[in-house]
Design a protein around this ligand. Structure first.
Ligand SMILES: NC(=O)c1ccc[n+]([C@@H]2O[C@H](COP(=O)([O-])OP(=O)(O)OC[C@H]3O[C@@H](n4cnc5c(N)ncnc54)[C@H](O)[C@@H]3O)[C@@H](O)[C@H]2O)c1
Length: 450
């Protein structure tokens, strides 16, 4: 029998399937691409507005129907997003919000901006990412770009999200694109907002990185592409762990300075005159917000999974988490000097949001301070114009008029909102513990530092 020279049809090299990238890039350049954002909170809403400003038609996907209704009315619930801006983008039909997940199929890009909290056990809680990824998985189609923006441990995009998206049989980097791009927004910062904070992107393949670069290049001033998703995830955790560790250092120095009878604020101001190699961090009542207290825990969790002991990160966490107790000790010391026990003393907390001039209570150290005070049977009140009602961690309080601090035995400045009249506070209070150096420049024997 004559030998056949042509290989059987089944073993012929398959023509490589065309990549969906060029068409996606074309749509992004022409702004034809439909842009989706999952989770319209502090991160997602400003991002959605920025995409709309860049000329895209943006759809926000949110589980909270009230937020959806608010956006549909043109009302903003995020201080950094002016209602006029929201209304302008809605008038141009560039911004809408929905709870209808089937519409994810219409999107060319999907940015996931859902929460990444900790479980009670202090382990990462990826349930929000998992739920959002399931929604994306259900309607994933060729040509879509998915970008995870939620802060998480290195490996999440490739180890958790990618396998879910691959289940439908589409190929990453060819049929669909997946990247990580950390969100670095600083709510309430007037100088840096979504547009002018450089965006890091890392794709699970080089083309995934290219697709994500094209999306963000259209809407933020600078995009930096890194080798892979894991590098982008790690960069975000480095930034926030850097803050956490340096705050831990300066909190420890504050405790030491108290022993040495040195003013830590003056020390920091003096050290800050060095024009290189020093960056000031400030001590305070403890860490707050969704990021700085939480993100390093994601990193140390992953480190331990890999059998690596992250010592410095954990020590900083311990120091920072004990600051609320130190604040209560300072209140007790001030009262003691006035011959009063903490028990039954009326303590007035000034500012309970986690940082100045915002209404965000997440992880606020004021909650810990109030809990410690209540545990020691102090009577607690608070004033915070940004937080009229407090219903958290078993605490139920309403903000009191500032004048009522006259009735208090001791006031404590936990959050130094710029709307407080600090001279009036010193005039009206019997004693003031100032954890933020808000009373710098005011001299009075009533004032106790951190
Ligand atoms: N807030 C910040 O300053 C900040 C800064 C940088 C990074 N981050 C990170 O960004 C992520 C989001 O944080 P945030 O502050 O915007 O949180 P947020 O709680 O303000 O907003 C998250 C939104 O997602 C919605 N949501 C939850 N599950 C959902 C789901 N399955 N589908 C659709 N929507 C869902 C929630 O209702 C909420 O509106 C977190 O990983 C956080 O660590 C936050």
């Amino acid at each position: 029998m004559a030998a056949t020279l042509t290989p059987p049809a089944s073993s012929a090299p398959a023509t490589p399937a065309a990549s969906a990238l060029p068409e996606l890039l074309r749509k992004l350049r022409s702004r034809e691409a439909r842009v989706g954002v999952i989770g319209l909170g502090y991160v997602g809403l400003p991002l959605a507005v920025e995409f709309a400003r860049a000329g895209f038609r943006v759809t926000g996907f949110e589980v909270d129907a009230e937020k959806v209704a608010s956006i549909e009315r043109g009302d903003s619930y995020i201080a950094d997003v002016p209602a006029e801006e929201l209304r302008e983008q809605r008038a141009k039909e560039r911004l809408s919000a929905t709870t209808d997940w089937s519409r994810l199929a219409e999107m060319d890009t999907i940015s996931i901006c859902v929460p990444t909290p900790l479980r009670k056990t202090k382990d990462p809680d990826l349930s929000f990412i998992l739920r959002a990824s399931e929604r994306v998985q259900a309607t994933l189609r060729r040509g879509q770009l998915v970008v995870l923006e939620s802060t998480t441990y290195p490996g999440t995009t490739e180890e958790v999200v990618l396998p879910m998206l691959l289940e439908g049989g589409l190929k990453a980097g060819q049929d669909f694109f997946l990247a990580f791009s950390p969100e670095r927004v600083d709510p309430g910062n007037p100088d840096f907002q979504t547009r002018n904070i450089p965006k890091i992107v890392g794709g699970v393949t080089a083309d995934c990185g290219r697709a994500a670069e094209a999306l963000y290049h259209a809407s933020v001033d600078r995009v930096m592409v890194v080798s892979n998703a894991q590098t982008a995830e790690m960069a975000k955790l480095l930034e926030n762990t850097f803050r956490n560790v340096n705050i831990g250092l300066v909190n420890e120095l504050a405790l030491l300075c108290r022993e040495l009878k040195v003013n830590v604020w003056e020390v920091i101001e003096a050290a800050s005159t060095k024009p290189f190699g020093f960056m000031p961090f400030h001590p305070g009542p403890g860490l707050g917000g969704h990021c700085i207290p939480v993100d390093p825990v994601y990193l140390s969790w992953k480190a331990r999974v890999e059998g690596f002991e992250p010592r410095l990160i954990e020590v900083a966490q311990q120091i920072n988490s004990r600051m609320p107790e130190h604040v209560v000790a300072r209140i007790a010391a001030a009262l003691n000097d006035a011959g009063k026990p903490l028990r039954r003393a009326r303590v007035h907390v000034l500012g309970i949001a986690y940082k100045r001039d915002v209404n965000d209570m997440r992880e606020s150290p004021a909650l810990d301070v109030m809990h410690h005070l209540l545990r020691q049977q102090a009577e607690v009140r608070y004033t915070d114009p940004y937080v009229p009602h407090l219903r958290e961690m078993g605490l139920e309080f309403d903000s009191q008029p500032l004048e009522s601090l006259r009735e208090a035995d001791c006031a404590v400045i936990v959050t130094d909102h710029s709307c407080f009249d600090y001279r009036q506070i010193v005039r009206q209070a019997r004693l003031v513990v100032d954890t933020r150096n808000a009373l710098r420049g005011i001299r009075s024997a009533k004032i106790y530092g951190l």
